[in-house]
Design a protein around this ligand. Structure first.
Ligand code: GDP
Ligand code: ZN
Length: 455
């Protein structure tokens, strides 16, 4: 599958100081040496940069470049690899790439370099996925989480738990294969103790990985409420206050405004169901309510905004009650005006909800609002030790925890250790999938296909 030599521009498209074209595979050195003219007579040597000239078919100079070769297995991909450092600007790099292709290389597919690194054992699956997250990181916190995983923290932690489960499984099996007067090889109590430790380690890891997911993907926040409550003003106030606006994207549909700001390294994706309020009559109103409901369903957190300068509407109370099962906050807006409702009296009506009184107009208590938003989804302080993990890996961790829980329950119910052994096996398989031990072509294709070309 990987017999051929691939080439791609590995740096971003456009004007830049340099642009790097990478060549990886068995013929990488040969192709590079054929297609460029080294400045001195000295041949290529691993990890030594050489000046060279890039010439086109007619012998005309395209660029003065630097050639940096690596020998397998000591390269990113684990194969023979050559980097050609061209001058930035798309044309020289593009011509360089074309020369390499005509010299026998093939255009690399998205993520193919990292895929090869994985195939050659240079990276495990969680590290390979962290490379993708590193490229996409939009905050220092997300970058750190990606680097922790790339350093192998997730691999080590999962590996240790995997080892312990393997040991436990083996000990249970020994007892089952050689029963001595019906006394198990490992006593139920000590088995339960060790499984409990495993479950706790998995739970800690899950929390760190969930933080990683939040850092990478952010929190989707729907700003909802009755017309004129101040939803759009609140969105604008949050954006104006924050100097860390990442992007402000026009709505995916005509009536929805989405904007992203970063708070404590977490992208907050704020969705305002705007535009529908201006003519809030009959069928238009119905559509508006539909849209708002859709936004609420997709959101991780809902913020229900109420105009505190007006008498409370029953609709507000009813709708907030409907939110009971979703993470949500109730914002009492327009605190700068004389209030018709107090935070305390509203809390008494909706005791299951957190109420925060703010002023969008004057920017009062907006930090508290953001802090509460983050607190609703991320829980404790695992953000600082977050590990990059994909949603898939988080699911596997959850699966492993469930399997260990089933095993513990079986033990508690006095059931046979053979059942526990099955659960331990299930948990091990979940962990093995995190590390990519179980080869699943579709899954690998999915993961590496998300990379850009040249990575
Ligand atoms: P939406 O329909 O919920 O999006 O509400 P808007 O954001 O369009 O605001 C409705 C009206 O309330 C506008 O006239 C705003 O200027 C006003 N408003 C919004 N927030 C505040 C606030 O905190 N204080 C005051 N005094 N007025 C506000
Ligand atoms: Zn609005």
């Amino acid at each position: 599958m990987f017999g051929d030599t691939i080439a791609a521009i590995s740096t971003a498209w456009g004007n830049s100081g340099i642009a790097i074209v990478r060549l990886s595979g068995p013929d990488a050195w040969a192709i590079a040496q054929r297609q460029v003219r080294l400045q001195t007579g000295a041949p290529l040597k691993p990890r030594f940069a050489r000046n060279a000239v890039l010439l086109d078919e007619a012998g005309e100079v395209i660029d003065h470049i630097l050639v940096l070769p690596f020998r397998a297995p000591h390269s990113y991909t684990g194969e023979d690899l050559v980097e050609l450092h061209c001058h930035g600007g798309s044309l020289a790099a593009q011509r360089c790439l074309e020369l390499l292709i005509s010299g026998g290389a093939r255009m690399a597919l998205p993520g193919e370099y990292t895929r090869r690194a994985f195939e050659n054992g240079r990276l495990d699956l969680s590290q390979a996925e962290a490379v993708g997250a590193l490229i996409q990181a939009r905050s220092n916190e997300a970058l750190r989480a990606a680097n922790r995983t790339l350093d192998g923290e997730l691999t080590r932690a999962v590996g240790e738990i995997y080892e312990e489960l393997t040991a436990l499984g083996a000990e249970i099996e020994v007892g089952l294969d050689f029963p001595e007067e019906d006394v198990p090889y490992i006593a139920d109590e000590s088995l339960a103790d060790r499984l409990e430790v495993v479950r706790q380690s998995l739970a800690d890891l899950l929390e760190r990985c969930s933080s990683g997911v939040i850092l990478r993907e952010g929190i989707r926040v729907a700003i909802v409420g009755r017309p004129n409550a101040g939803k759009s003003s609140l969105l604008n106030a949050l954006l104006k206050e924050s100097r860390a606006i990442v992007t402000a994207i026009p709505g995916t549909t005509r009536d929805v405004i989405e904007a992203v700001l970063t708070y404590r390294g977490i992208p907050l994706r704020l969705v305002d169901t705007a535009g529908i309020t201006e003519n809030y009559h009959d069928e238009v109103e119905a559509i508006g309510v539909e849209r708002a409901r859709a936004a609420m369903k997709e959101a991780d957190v809902c913020v229900w905004v109420i105009d505190g300068s007006e008498p409370l509407h029953q609709e507000d109370v009813d709708r907030v009650h409907e939110l009971a099962d979703t993470p949500h906050l109730v914002v009492l807006n327009k605190a700068d005006l004389p209030q018709q409702i107090s935070e305390a009296s509203l809390t008494a009506l909706i005791p299951a909800s957190t109420v925060i009184s703010v002023s969008a107009a004057e920017g009062l208590r907006l930090d508290e609002l953001k802090e509460s938003l983050v607190g609703l989804v991320s829980g404790t302080g695992a953000l600082d030790t977050g590990l990059n993990a994909s949603s898939r890996q988080v699911e596997e961790l959850r699966g492993a925890i469930a399997s260990v829980g089933t095993g513990l329950k079986a033990l508690g119910d006095g059931l046979d250790q053979a059942l526990v052994s099955g659960c331990v096996g299930d948990a091990r398989r979940s962990l093995s999938r995190i590390l990519g031990g179980d080869r699943d072509e579709d899954l690998l294709h999915e993961i590496f296909g998300r990379f850009c070309i040249g990575k």
